[in-house]
Design a protein around this ligand. Structure first.
Ligand code: ZN
Length: 361
């Protein structure tokens, strides 16, 4: 009950890439770089275990960015042909590469990484990949007839990759779809179909992570425009509840998401974001427990997984470690509280039964 996990990314150590920066280039090359990525992964596995995280991630130490870490190994993309694109519905304008031919995996992309992490992770491990719609929102299209067509092409690649990772012992495959919160109508019209195609035939647990983005300034500014209540989930959760995905990871802590929207996911596990990634202030375990407890009004504890709101990648390393520990401690606190409540209820019921029996005599 209340198994803890993380949304995915964790900060890179300063010797691997410049800290507190998204897209920071590697600081090493060749063999040294490959060794450094593995070392960084080991550090995060240990930190997560020490913090009491039950389902760990490799922390995405092998990739510069969660989308390009996949796309770099896909053919059909012209990386020299940069197109200016306002991504996540114009939240930020970036130069993106362009799809100019049919996309295909050049080889198995993440297998070596999983082969490394699996024996080092003592318990369950999750692996994160970008979802098809978010990929399409991070790359320009000059080949496919439409964005949904391109999404389906990428879903096939993701599915082939996911099947390989499952065979290597991954417990949970998570697709990250922050674009779902920016394109709600498209999500319902074709995003969820593409997601189903990406998870097709998998027997491991599958999850989708939908957040309001990393704690970077562009996202903080965007959140300012969303009004008093963030109701984006309301439009997409019914479609997701009807999807083939097992778990939905969402943002709760310090957000303006009305918690009753969780009730729309009545057939899914819910990964409740109880750690804010847009603030350097470390939550107390009591605060984490309170966030989780508020969510439990709308979801059973058996279907609830305490999680971070989003990846911790752009945060300082020490802050991230402290936040992971707060998550582990907060979940433990709540587990104890629920257990005690159950015990008390049981004892009271026993007492009442005894009393009734006594009266009968
Ligand atoms: Zn996220």
């Amino acid at each position: 009950m209340l198994e803890t996990t993380v949304a995915g990314s964790l900060p890179k150590p300063s010797w691997l890439a410049e800290p507190e920066k998204l897209w920071a280039p590697w600081r090493l090359e060749g063999k040294e770089l490959e060794q450094a990525k593995r070392d960084a992964t080991l550090i995060w596995l240990k930190e997560q275990e020490d913090a009491g995280i039950d389902i760990v991630s490799g922390g995405e130490q092998f990739r510069v960015h969660f989308v390009h870490g996949f796309l770099e190994h896909v053919s059909g993309i012209d990386w020299e042909k940069k197109t200016k694109m306002g991504i996540r519905d114009d939240r930020y304008v970036v130069d993106v590469p362009t799809v100019t031919g049919p996309v295909a995996r050049k080889y198995s992309i993440h297998s070596d990484e999983v082969r490394f992490v699996r024996p080092h992770a003592k318990n369950k491990m999750k692996f994160t990949m970008p979802g098809p719609m978010t990929i399409c929102d991070t790359i320009a299209n000059e080949h496919y007839a439409s964005r949904p067509d391109m999404a389906m092409a990428f879903a096939e690649l993701l599915n082939a990759e996911a099947r390989e990772l499952e065979a290597l012992g991954v417990d949970t495959i998570q697709f990250d779809e922050p674009a779902f919160n920016a394109f709600m109508r498209d999500t319902v019209e074709w995003g969820v179909d593409a997601l189903n195609a990406a998870r097709k035939g998998l027997k491991c647990t599958t999850a989708v992570h939908i957040c309001y983005g990393y704690g970077i300034q562009e996202n903080i500014d965007w959140k300012e425009t969303l009004g008093e209540e963030w109701r984006q989930y309301e439009e997409i959760f019914p479609a997701l509840n009807g999807s083939d995905i097992d778990q939905v990871s969402l943002e709760c802590a310090n957000s303006k998401v009305p918690l009753e929207l969780i009730a729309l996911l009545k057939d899914k596990d819910v990964l409740v974001g109880a750690i804010d990634v847009a603030s350097l202030e470390v939550e107390t375990p009591e605060r984490v427990a309170a966030t989780l407890e508020a969510a439990l009004e709308f979801v059973d504890p058996e279907r609830t997984y305490p999680c971070t709101n989003c990846g911790l990648a752009p945060l300082p390393r020490d802050v991230s470690v402290a936040k992971l520990r707060a998550l582990g401690a907060g979940a433990a606190l709540l587990r104890d509280r629920l257990k005690n409540e159950k015990k008390t209820k049981k004892a009271e019921a026993k007492k009442a039964k005894k009393k009734r029996k006594g009266k009968k005599k």
